[in-house]
Design a protein around this ligand. Structure first.
Ligand code: ATP
Length: 446
């Protein structure tokens, strides 16, 4: 039986992942069901204007487990396992809903959330995942699918959470990663988190399959939230035993529980790579390719690059939080060929760059001196701005000064913002097997 939950939190507190652990506690730790497969944290379209933070939907499957079981967490001091397979028996939808509803009522934000819960024997069609992670959907888009799969639902508020439930439940992992989420005891929610940053640096360095936990460039922690939610930290990576080893390394104040979720984070699943010009609309994320027309730095520390593409000219932006990443853009010049991934914003219509692939750089030249007259060997004089040169002695004209080839600081390769400025869904270069060829640590193109 699949169970999905979405839209229970707000910036003031709560967290749908915590509600998921409460559902697991109720049905598995204190109940008689097994977890089938990992609990899933499915990130949906990050360009949805009404998301709270990372647009995450939580999906679990419950039944009677058979086959191998994997250790994936601890809740209320008890070990949590998930099973590879389930037998033919399915729990009853109504009794599951009956147990979950009081938990949703207790762990949701009463003002700023629109919770949805879906309980279903059947998974929605995969197409709903693709639409949910890439496009903006309406409640009416999912109603027929809820009926088709015979799902039971529970909503509070306007119940918009049902969209995320159906789209998250529809995810069939192709590329995937894991996140070990550790939680604080309820009496500590909203207080300052106590942890040892050095132990996070150690875990990041020792565990090569982890990503996005520590920013070496500034020696800063990237895996501990600053919001008043129940999460102590999220340690992300590709290997479950490695994440659990990291959990042993990372030192924090006492935790109430921890669980490893399977996720679509770090997969680039949100990026639309094939589309027609009419389909290039705001509130989705795209991969586009083009030639640099101009680069402009504006006040506030943002950089905008105009690209000439098959879709026409597209203005692409990198903003202040992406820090050094903007420097890579600053060093682009007219004629360079690049690919960028990012969200297309409506107003102003710009593509917010999440990652850049420099494909080809042009040669850049700088003037060394006025040209030398080919007839009499004298240095020619400028006629006026943009009007070329003339030899004062014999009148010979020339358009071109003596130039030398500049060093291009940007070289072909992939570039990404620092860890803290990355989207959950953005695939880190580390997972792509790429290394950023040049670091722009503290320089700006004059
Ligand atoms: P958190 O990550 O902290 O759990 P959140 O960022 O997931 O919070 P929510 O409060 O869950 O934010 O709000 C997201 C809302 O957007 C949910 O109601 C969800 O159903 C809805 N939603 C998700 N994906 C789409 C989509 N592609 N189109 C329309 N609505 C969506």
């Amino acid at each position: 039986m699949f169970v999905a939950a979405d839209d229970t939190d707000s910036m003031r507190g709560n967290c749908t992942t915590y509600l998921a652990t409460e559902i697991i506690r109720e049905l598995v730790i204190d109940g008689d069901l097994d977890l089938i497969g990992f609990p899933r944290l499915v990130r949906l379209n990050p360009a949805i204007p009404w998301k709270t933070r990372g647009n995450g939907s939580l999906v679990m499957r419950f039944g009677r487990g058979v086959g191998n079981k994997t250790f994936i967490g601890q809740i209320s001091g008890k070990d949590l396992f998930c099973f590879e397979e389930q037998d033919d028996w399915e729990p009853d939808e109504d009794s599951i809903l009956e147990k979950i509803v009081p938990l949703v009522e207790r762990f949701h934000d009463p003002v700023d959330s629109d919770p949805g819960i879906v309980v279903s024997r059947t998974r929605p069609s995969y197409d709903f995942y693709l639409r949910g992670v890439r496009k903006v959907m309406k409640r009416s888009d999912i109603e027929a699918e809820i009926d088709r799969i015979g799902a039971k639902t529970f909503v509070l508020g306007c119940g918009r959470g049902l969209i995320g439930c159906i789209c998250g439940m529809a995810w069939v992992p192709k590329d995937f990663t894991y996140e070990l989420l550790a939680y604080r005891p309820q009496e500590r929610w909203g207080t300052e988190r106590v942890f040892d940053p050095g132990s996070i640096e150690k875990a990041d360095h020792e565990i090569s399959t982890s990503f996005n936990s520590w920013e070496d460039r500034f020696r800063k922690v990237a895996m501990v939230p600053g919001t008043p939610c129940p999460v102590m930290y999220g340690f992300r990576g590709d290997d479950v035993p490695d994440l659990i080893r990291g959990h042993d390394i990372i030192k924090t104040e006492p935790q109430s529980r921890w669980v490893v979720f399977q996720t679509n984070q770090g997969t680039d699943d949100h990026i639309i790579t094939e589309f027609s010009p009419e389909e290039f609309i705001p509130n989705s994320s795209y991969l586009i390719k083009g030639t640099v027309v101009s680069v402009e730095r504006i006040r506030g520390g943002h950089t905008f690059v105009t690209l000439s593409t098959d879709l026409g000219d597209v203005v692409c932006g990198a903003y202040e939080p992406s820090r050094e990443f903007r420097r890579a853009l600053d060093w682009l010049v007219k004629g360079d060929e690049i690919e960028v991934m990012g969200e297309l914003r409506d107003s102003p219509r710009t593509l917010n760059i999440e990652k850049m692939h420099v494909l080809k750089t042009v040669d850049e030249f700088e003037k060394v001196s006025n040209p030398v007259c080919p007839s009499c060997g004298r240095t020619m004089s400028s006629v006026g701005k943009g009007q070329g040169y003339r030899c004062k002695r014999c009148g010979t004209r020339s358009d071109d000064p003596v130039v030398r080839k500049c060093i291009r600081w940007v070289v072909p390769g992939w570039y990404e913002p620092p860890t803290a400025a990355r989207r959950h869904l953005s695939k880190p270069l580390k997972r792509m097997g790429e290394i950023q060829p040049v670091e722009f640590v503290d320089c700006r193109n004059p």
